[in-house]
Design a protein around this ligand. Structure first.
Ligand SMILES: [Zn+2]
Length: 161
């Protein structure tokens, strides 16, 4: 596999790990060029028929695991969330969508799924994503979201948990 930094054609695998459900293998690789030696990650997945995302304007684009992963990483920036947790979320969303939708899925469904997952994972990441996705029209709506989130968090940290 070619190194994305120096474009040397050789790299060695230093770690391979299968995803929870066994459908993806993630490999950490190291460039064999001694003056580079940088590490990068590759994913190996079963080839699936394309799932098309239908956007609001009715245009279609192929569902992209990588694009979803990058979007989530952005929402989780500077939060105590590991890349591995983000991967698990993306894997779960990907798997569920492919089970439920044969060929096409509305982009709004993906947005809702992401919000559900982020809500359970991290309040800040959730509000960040939701504020862009839902385009909260006013401060009041945003405040309500934050408030209900805080109440839930308080409920979860009750003694005895
Ligand atoms: Zn390199």
């Amino acid at each position: 596999m070619r190194c994305p930094y120096c474009e040397t054609d050789n790299s060695r695998v230093i770690e391979s790990r299968a995803s929870e459900d066994g459908t993806t293998i993630r490999r950490r690789r190291e460039c064999t060029n001694p003056s580079c030696g940088r590490r990068f990650t590759t994913y190996e997945r079963i080839e699936q028929r394309p799932l098309m995302v239908v956007k609001k304007d009715n245009k279609r684009e192929e569902f992209s695991y990588e694009k979803l992963y990058r979007g989530l990483m952005k929402a989780c920036e500077k939060r105590p969330i590991s890349a591995e947790q983000v991967e698990q979320v993306v894997e779960r969303i990907d798997r569920r969508l492919r089970l439920e939708f044969e060929r096409e899925v509305p982009s709004s469904v993906i947005g809702e799924r992401v919000m559900e997952e982020l809500r359970a994972l991290d309040g800040v990441a959730y509000v960040r994503f939701a504020s862009v996705y839902r385009q909260f029209r006013d401060v009041e709506t945003l405040a309500q979201e934050v408030l209900s989130l805080l109440q839930e968090t308080a409920g979860r940290t009750k003694p005895g948990n």
